[in-house]
Design a protein around this ligand. Structure first.
Ligand SMILES: CC(C)(COP(=O)(O)OP(=O)(O)OC[C@H]1O[C@@H](n2cnc3c(N)ncnc32)[C@H](O)[C@@H]1OP(=O)(O)O)[C@@H](O)C(=O)NCCC(=O)NCCS
Length: 154
């Protein structure tokens, strides 16, 4: 099966993006609602995929220079439970990495839930340091130096 195409979210997508994040992080994972969104959402690059019916199915965000000059942070990666394992998360991550390269970023750092560690390792991320609690969930910091292969297609 071919990977679903990802796109940069527009303002019109925002209600569906927040609804998806609420379903995954707050309802499914028990993250407090007030921790799920923050001021960084206003300036982040948000990516989405859609399911066959056109509904937003996966999302993630990119924060430029958030881990230092040229070092972006990717977070809030969430795929609707109904589409997991079909390439939606990978397509969102791939697009955010391409957007990072296009915006002059040379590396990405992220705080991965330990259950998603393999997902990020498959995309070329390496864990650095030990595990820690964040929003009541065990995380590990991971990073990736971005190369030409992450610039991808235009
Ligand atoms: C993590 C998440 C975004 C992945 O999205 P997804 O659409 O299911 O992932 P994909 O189908 O694109 O998977 C890409 C690859 O990673 C693998 N993978 C995905 N999730 C995985 C997991 N939790 N553990 C191990 N491997 C995983 C897939 O098998 C696939 O491998 P393949 O390319 O060899 O087939 C999704 O599972 C999710 O929303 N989980 C709940 C929220 C969450 O944990 N977010 C991460 C916060 S750090």
């Amino acid at each position: 099966m071919s990977a679903p195409p990802a796109a940069v979210a527009t303002e019109a997508d925002w209600p569906a993006v927040t609804a998806l994040r609420h379903r995954v992080f707050v309802l499914e994972q028990g993250v407090p609602a007030e921790l799920e969104h923050d001021d960084a959402d206003a300036t982040a690059v948000h990516a989405i995929t859609r399911d066959d019916a056109g509904a937003v199915a996966a999302t993630g965000r990119l924060l430029l220079d958030a881990a230092g000059p040229g070092r972006a942070v990717i977070g809030r990666m969430a795929a609707d439970a109904a589409v997991r394992g079909r390439g939606h998360g990978a397509a969102v991550l791939d697009l955010l990495q391409r957007e990072a390269v296009a915006r002059g970023q040379s590396a990405v750092e992220l705080h991965a839930q330990v259950t998603a560690r393999r997902f990020y390792e498959r995309a070329g991320y390496t864990a650095v340091g030990g595990e820690y609690e964040e929003a009541g969930i065990t995380h590990v910091t991971m990073h990736k130096e971005l190369g030409v292969e992450d610039a991808g297609r235009t």
